[in-house]
Design a protein. Structure first.
Length: 342
């Protein structure tokens, strides 16, 4: 099946660079928000609010740091954030502690993989991961198919034999079934974007997408993206725009990018949904003139309110930086790309 599309304009490179650099600037200014607690393996530590942000920072900044065709400013900022994440991970010692605390959990390997891809390695952890990956318990881990793709890609990164063929896992995913387009909703949207990210190495191996999936996406991604933009679901819209850039022939999306860029705050932050977030102090820090302790009238400390604001937009801001950077990198490889202007 061959899908043909009406001519459409690629997003201007200057717009994409602006979205990327401003998002990275916000992330750099709020790097404190990615700090881990003193004991990341403690029972009171919420990994979704601590380890997950750090892993996302490593994955997306590490990818941006290696994409060709981006500005030197972008590469420098991405490397700075990647090395910040590596320092927070104790230069890899964190993963030994996590693996010892939960020997059969897959998430330490998933979070470690982007560091290893960037050349930041911790040999003792890799030896431990290799031993764990050879167990029956590892092979029997019950994971939903898209999450399984993440584990298989992490195994590939470390040179471990895959405990299942990626093609088999891909066929069991929502996107792998080529579902009816009207079945799209939030959960399936995040699943399909991560299918594509894992299958293409976060946009670096677009030709590894199966032909049927590629054509299905080429046909329906514009409509799904438009729905998310209309609903102001900025993080998912950004992930869909990144998905469009992961295709062997990236989809033009100039109008969509202008809508997403308009939702970005003046300081570079992008809220997960709704209006641009108000600019404020660094993550976890009280506003100027406010005490560092005490409780607001709403019953929340100033630092707690700032932390909540960080958690409400760090992901979408990371996605904006990644999606815009990836789109710019792929667009600059297209014929006639030099003629695309603001």
């Amino acid at each position: 099946m061959t899908v043909t599309r009406a001519p459409a304009q690629q997003a201007p490179a200057a717009l994409l660079d602006r979205v990327t650099t401003s998002a990275l600037a916000w992330l750099d200014a709020h790097a404190a928000g990615f700090r881990l607690p003193g004991d990341p393996t403690g029972a009171g530590c919420d990994p979704d609010a601590t380890l997950k942000p750090l892993g996302e920072l490593a994955r997306l900044s590490g990818t941006l740091a290696t994409l060709p065709g981006l500005t030197r400013e972008t590469h420098r900022a991405a490397r700075r954030l990647l090395h910040h994440a590596w320092r927070e991970a104790g230069h890899g010692a964190l993963f030994v502690a996590l693996a010892r605390a939960e020997p059969h959990a897959t998430y330490p390997l998933e979070v470690y993989a982007p560091f290893a891809e960037a050349g930041l390695r911790h040999r003792p952890y890799e030896e431990l991961a290799r031993a764990h990956a050879g167990t029956r318990a590892w092979r029997a881990a019950e994971l939903e198919p898209t999450r399984l793709l993440a584990v298989l890609q992490a195994e590939r990164c470390l040179g471990l034999p895959p405990h299942e063929l990626p093609e088999q896992a891909m066929r069991r995913t929502w996107l792998g079934a080529l579902p009816e387009p009207w079945a799209f909703e939030g959960g399936s949207g995040y699943a399909l974007t991560h299918y594509v990210f894992h299958a293409t190495g976060w946009g670096r191996r677009p030709r590894e997408l199966p032909d049927g999936v590629r054509d299905h996406l080429a046909l329906w991604l514009p409509a799904w993206t438009d729905c998310c933009l209309a609903e102001e679901r900025w993080d998912l819209a950004g992930e869909l725009l990144a998905t469009a850039a992961c295709l062997p022939d990236p989809l033009p999306a100039a109008a969509e990018w202008r809508r997403l860029a308009a939702a970005q705050g003046a300081d570079g932050a992008l809220a997960e949904a709704g209006p641009p977030p108000a600019a404020g102090p660094g993550a976890g820090e009280p506003a100027a003139g406010e005490p560092s302790t005490g409780v607001s009238a709403a019953g929340e400390s100033p630092a707690g309110a700032t932390r909540a604001a960080f958690l409400g937009c760090y992901h979408a801001t990371l996605v904006a930086a990644f999606a815009a950077g990836l789109t710019a990198a792929r667009t600059r490889c297209l014929p006639g790309a030099a003629a695309v202007t603001e």
